[in-house]
Design a protein around this ligand. Structure first.
Ligand SMILES: [Zn+2]
Length: 235
């Protein structure tokens, strides 16, 4: 009898413990899911709603997040050694952006990707560049305007599977004959890297310029010069 009583006490205690535990577990699961839901609801609109005029511009990363970005004028690592963009964002006109994504897909089949060095450049920044370096061979005078100021030009290079830049023979914005397409006194590897960039870009309608291996313009559609300046995240 004593044993039976002891057994009943044990069962009772166990039942109490289980009862206490179960609601707690349910509550934890419930809390976690509701927190996750709230986070999703609050973060989604910010990341999806564009903060620019989508009838005029497209931000390249919104079309293809596998493209890399190292926008040099948003850093001091450029030929004027000054940061000219408050933050680095790559905007293009829709037609140019669509074609660039096609080219990126062609590259990806070969294990490569683009790294963007410059995209749309606001006209006031073109003026700043011109003020610092008045050489029309390398900086287009703002009065004339560059294809970058129209959202139709890109400066870019190619990276391998590890994100390492292919050797193109010179750095970006190297002002000398070695950066020209006509300069061929390079190793076969460098020449073939440059050809990969040139062939890929030409297949989707971009055109090179003679003096800069990194620069390509989309000329099948024309837009006016623009002063649009993009927003930057508030810190
Ligand atoms: Zn350029």
């Amino acid at each position: 009898m004593k044993n039976v009583f002891f057994l009943l006490v044990v069962i009772f205690l166990f039942a109490c413990k289980s009862e206490k535990k179960n609601p707690a577990q349910v509550e934890i699961v419930h809390d976690t899911s509701s927190v996750e839901k709230i986070e999703l609801e609050s973060s989604t609109p910010e990341s999806i709603v564009p903060d620019y005029d989508t009838t005029k511009w497209i931000e390249l990363i919104s079309l293809d997040s596998t493209i890399l970005f190292d926008l040099k004028y948003a850093t001091t690592d450029n030929f004027v050694n000054e940061q000219l963009y408050d933050c680095g964002r790559c905007f293009l006109r829709r037609e140019a952006a669509d074609q660039l994504v096609k080219a990126q897909n062609m590259l990806k089949e070969k294990g490569f990707r683009f790294k963007m060095l410059d995209c749309y450049r606001p006209l006031p920044v073109q003026q700043q560049l011109w003020d610092k370096f008045q050489n029309a061979s390398y900086v287009t005078p703002p009065g004339k305007g560059s294809m970058h100021n129209r959202g139709l030009a890109v400066d870019l290079t190619i990276v391998d599977r590890n994100g390492e830049e292919l050797d193109m023979g010179t750095s970006f914005d190297f002002f000398g004959k070695e950066a020209h397409h006509t300069y061929t006194n390079f190793s076969d590897t460098i020449l073939s890297n440059r050809n990969l960039l040139k062939n890929t870009m030409e297949k989707v309608g971009f055109k090179p310029i003679r003096t800069e291996w990194w620069h390509y313009s989309y000329t099948k559609k024309m837009y006016g010069l623009s002063e649009m300046v993009w927003n930057c995240p508030v810190e």
